[in-house]
Design a protein around this ligand. Structure first.
Ligand SMILES: NC(=O)c1ccc[n+]([C@@H]2O[C@H](COP(=O)([O-])OP(=O)(O)OC[C@H]3O[C@@H](n4cnc5c(N)ncnc54)[C@H](O)[C@@H]3O)[C@@H](O)[C@H]2O)c1
Length: 267
């Protein structure tokens, strides 16, 4: 499949570009930084339209954005305006599928208590409960994608990614880790699942201690293979800190703690 990847020069973008290429996809990378096939600002509708019109992809993987907390205007530009620019270009150029890098921070203030058993996992139907302006941006981007699915009949898959890392490094990561290989599996499944309409899934590996529902991802063909448990002994050999305990209280971990409180309009 011919796929345009925004944010292709970033940490997820580099891994997913290489991984999808090795699976036989024809990947075109776009980033605001040099090093990709196309240099463009995903928040600029004209630049985005020119990129989509000139490359004519069958699908878009949208990764471009600030992957952490920022002032509200920057978060909205980074996650909502970029998504809108892509959606408008898709409609004009008849691109029918987008896979979006959303985040667990869309529901980050949801308390963790009670979500530990197989019978009671954090579902993708959990009401929006962002922990940061970053999370607000992800909620709004998911809503926007839903509106374009309803109005224009496109397919949109929102992948609520956990912690994309080479290996887990904290107690929280024992549940939230997404390995590099599973990340590629996830985007491949989201690109190739037949007619998903609007779909949401949690982007984590097959972690023994995971408590986010993987069933919606499996229904789309995402079958994660890696397990953070391989690092559990090493991680648990270090004493549990107050920070670990605070981070375990809500879905969003550190983002849900007071450490991430900030004014909306301070640059
Ligand atoms: N890394 C994680 O664990 C994680 C977890 C949840 C969600 N996500 C989401 O995944 C996406 C990618 O995250 P990442 O960790 O690879 O971040 P990253 O910062 O490594 O990469 C983001 C890339 O997007 C590019 N970019 C930013 N704004 C742009 C714009 N306006 N136009 C074009 N390019 C732009 C940057 O230059 C960068 O190369 C982000 O949307 C992030 O919110 C990441």
């Amino acid at each position: 499949m011919r796929v345009l990847i925004t944010g292709a020069a970033g940490s997820i973008g580099r891994v997913v570009s290489a991984g999808l290429t090795s699976l036989g996809h024809d990947v075109i990378g776009l980033d605001i930084l040099p090093g990709s096939d196309l240099i463009a600002d995903s928040a600029d509708p004209a630049e985005v339209h020119a990129a989509v019109a000139s490359t004519r992809p069958e699908a878009i993987v949208h990764l471009a954005g600030i992957p952490t907390e920022s002032a509200l205007p920057d978060a909205l530009t980074s996650h909502v305006i970029t998504t809108a620019a892509l959606l408008e270009a898709m409609i004009r150029c008849d691109v029918r599928r987008i896979v979006y890098a959303s985040s667990n921070h869309a529901v980050g203030r949801t308390p963790r208590a009670g979500f530990d058993t197989l019978d009671h996992r954090l579902g993708v139907d959990t009401p929006p409960r962002p922990d940061t302006f970053y999370g607000v941006g992800k909620v709004a981007a998911e809503a926007l994608l839903g509106m374009y699915v309803d109005r224009h009949g496109i397919d949109a898959v929102c992948t609520r990614i956990g912690s994309f890392l080479e290996r887990p490094t904290s107690r929280r990561n024992l549940a939230s880790w997404l390995s590099h290989d599973d990340c590629v599996r996830m985007f491949h499944a989201a690109l190739t699942a037949p007619s998903p309409g609007l779909a949401v899934l949690y982007g984590i590996s097959n972690n023994t201690r995971g408590w986010w529902d993987l069933a919606p991802g499996r229904a789309l063909g995402y079958h994660p293979q890696d397990d953070a448990e391989d690092w559990a002994t090493e991680i648990e050999a270090t004493p549990e800190t107050d920070e670990d305990i605070a981070e375990a209280a809500a879905v969003g971990g550190p983002f849900a703690t007071p450490k991430f409180e900030r004014p909306a309009f301070q640059p």
